[in-house]
Design a protein around this ligand. Structure first.
Ligand code: 9MG
Length: 255
């Protein structure tokens, strides 16, 4: 899954793809490099980010989505009205960092055949990194995701449409993120495909001392660990290099 942020304040690429044409060109480049899914986001979820108005989010995402009709596009949104609009415009997946927690979210996705990523987040992007606490981070994130999968199924969204994600960096310290990554295999018994988004995140910065633009090696190491832990979708900024990691990992597995 290749990331295309259509935001002026995105934490990882500083809004370079805010302009429609640049966003479309970047998405096509990521697809050519081997991304199976393009994840479009019109609202930054970086720690401390302020929410944007719904109309603004739609004005950012829809023109780009419309220019990518031939690709498998996921839209990263928490808003039911945005979900309904992008599904009407051809999106194949909803990537919801709030795990369909907003009132009306189930109704927005139910009738579509789209896939849905249910992600764990403790708190809200604006405040989530203020001393997050868990007694048992793996147990608590897993219990949350189990509950959201059950709730989505009860709301009429078939299990086959669901993907789960522990939400690295969303209300988690570096220690929490590392524990989740080390024990990622423990999510397998939820029996739902697992997505991991680790690319360029602050934990890599903490471990390596590198700024955002210099986290490729750390991101690739994280991608490999994600694969080993059972992730089958990697949400990444650098697709070409991540494809190489996948090729090496698959060859070793098959040897
Ligand atoms: C939108 N977004 C930013 N980071 C993410 C992550 O780790 N997972 C998912 N599903 N979405 C993310």
């Amino acid at each position: 899954m290749g990331v295309v942020n259509i935001t002026p304040d995105s934490f990882s690429d500083g809004g370079r793809y805010f302009a429609r044409d640049a966003a479309i060109a970047h998405a096509r480049e990521l697809a050519a490099e081997g991304a199976d899914i393009i994840d479009l986001g019109g609202e930054s979820t970086r720690p401390g980010a302020a929410p944007v108005a719904e109309e603004e989010e739609l004005a950012r995402v829809l023109p780009v989505l419309e220019g990518l009709g031939d690709l498998c596009v996921s839209v990263d949104t928490r808003r039911p009205a945005v979900m309904a609009a992008v599904l009407g415009a051809g999106a194949s997946m909803i990537n919801d960092v709030q795990a369909l927690g907003a009132p009306g979210a189930y109704d927005a996705v139910r009738e579509s055949k789209c896939a849905v990523c249910l992600m764990h987040m403790k708190g809200e992007p604006a405040t989530m990194q203020r001393e997050p606490h868990y007694d048992d981070v793996v147990g608590e994130v897993k219990a949350f995701l189990r509950g959201r999968v059950a709730a989505a199924e009860a709301a009429g969204i078939a299990r086959e449409r669901l993907v789960i994600d522990p939400g690295f960096g969303f209300g988690k310290t570096a220690a929490h993120n590392l524990t989740l990554l080390k024990r990622l295999d423990q999510f397998a018994d939820l029996q739902v495909p697992l997505l991991a988004g680790l690319s360029r995140k602050s934990t890599i910065g903490k471990l390596t001392g590198r700024p955002m633009g210099e986290r490729l090696a750390g991101s690739l190491a994280m991608a490999l660990l994600g694969l080993q832990g059972g992730a089958t979708i990697l949400r990444v900024h650098e697709v070409k290099e991540t494809r190489d990691v996948i090729a090496v990992w698959q060859a070793v597995k098959a040897a």
